[in-house]
Write a protein that binds this ligand. Structure first.
Ligand code: IPM
Ligand code: MN
Length: 347
């Protein structure tokens, strides 16, 4: 039987609840699909940091490299560990070191989920650059603590980085409605964003069948609220994509439905699958977190592993559950109820 090795990193807060939920569903899907998922769990988290002084052991990255995929819950417990420490010690190094340059986030309403907009027929795939840009981490501070203090954070855009994320976006658009929105702010940022626009035009020549529209970040932010059905694939830099995908989560009914995949398209290292909602300290340990975003991320993992049929079955199971109103009203159903319903819909 085909066996896939999966590293489980539940992390902090509700990350633990939703990873466990997703894992139950994935195991059911694997049984039905005639393949096996062999999970190895790692306790790397803020709790681990408080015990050991690091978010993961020094060979953590090399340990993860041996797996075929990583399923992550959430990282962060700001009351005890600053986010700048926890995220730079675990989540961000995984994305960068494993060249998971494409952060994919689907935004559409699941059946039965009430979004805040009148428009319901949208289906957007945001593709966020995930390794460089505004989040490169290049910069520093001088004259710290004085009135002359300076903080510099430099955005880095490389031809390799910009070209590959756009190419990835065009490929995705080809498999969908063949429309690509390229997001910049080239009217104000005259170096990096003018460069991004240029590379978009160059890469577009290889995809004459895809309709390309350049948007400024401010304009597309409004469009995602006012006319989301006009958008298909949206490609954006790290910061812009980060912000747009929170709008995407909001219009799809909230972070509880926002799934994501951090993809290394060359498959030279594992890809990582995670819900977008974070550790949600306010509802941690209560067993009421909505596991749908994590389960959906798990479906994206199955798809990436080549188990497209099982992935589609998981998505249908989620949809049949939300269509019946389970997991669609905050506070009505707990994690276990929703998970059981999805498992039952699968089996
Ligand atoms: C996300 C998150 C992270 C990011 C944070 C926690 C660093 O907001 O995945 O969108 O910005 O990448
Ligand atoms: Mn974010």
């Amino acid at each position: 039987m085909k066996t896939y090795t999966i590293a489980l990193v539940p992390g902090d807060g509700i990350g633990k609840d939703v990873t466990e939920a997703a894992w139950q569903v994935l195991q059911t899907a694997a049984k039905r699909g005639g393949f096996a998922l062999e999970g190895t769990s790692f306790p790397w988290s803020c709790v681990y940091y408080l015990e050991t002084g690091t978010m993961m052991p020094p060979d953590g990255i090399e340990t993860l490299r041996k797996f075929e995929a990583i399923l992550l819950g959430a990282v962060g417990w700001p009351a005890e560990v600053p986010d700048s420490v926890s995220l730079h010690g675990l989540l961000l190094p995984i994305r960068k070191t494993f060249t998971q340059y494409a952060n994919i986030r689907p935004h559409r309403l699941l059946p039965g989920v009430q979004g805040p907009l009148r428009s319901e027929g949208f289906d957007i795939l945001c593709i966020r650059e995930n390794t460089e840009g505004e989040y490169s981490g290049a910069g520093g501070r001088v004259h710290s603590g004085t009135a002359d203090e300076v903080a510099i954070e430099t955005a880095i855009f490389t031809r390799t980085g910009v070209e590959r994320i756009l190419r990835f976006g065009f490929e995705q658009a080809r498999g969908r409605r063949k429309k690509l929105a390229s997001v910049t702010k080239s009217n104000a940022q005259k170096h990096s964003m003018v460069f991004w626009d240029e590379v978009t035009r160059e890469v577009a020549k290889d995809y004459p069948d895809v309709e390309v529209s350049p948007y400024h970040i401010d304009a597309i932010a409004a469009r995602m609220v006012l006319a989301p059905e006009s958008l298909d694939v949206v490609v954006a830099s790290n910061l812009f994509g980060d912000i747009l995908t929170d709008i995407g989560a909001a219009i799809q009914g909230g972070l509880g439905y926002a799934a994501s995949a951090n993809i290394n398209p060359d498959r030279s290292a594992p890809s990582m699958f995670e819900p977008v909602h974070g550790s949600a300290p306010d509802i941690a340990h209560l067993g009421i977190a909505n596991p749908i975003a994590a389960i959906w991320s798990g479906a994206m993992m199955l798809d990436h592993l080549g188990e497209g049929e099982a992935a589609a079955e998981v998505m249908s199971a989620i949809e049949s559950v939300t269509a019946r109103g389970i997991g669609t009203v905050a506070g009505n159903d707990n994690t276990e109820t929703i998970t059981r319903a999805v498992v039952a819909a699968l089996s």
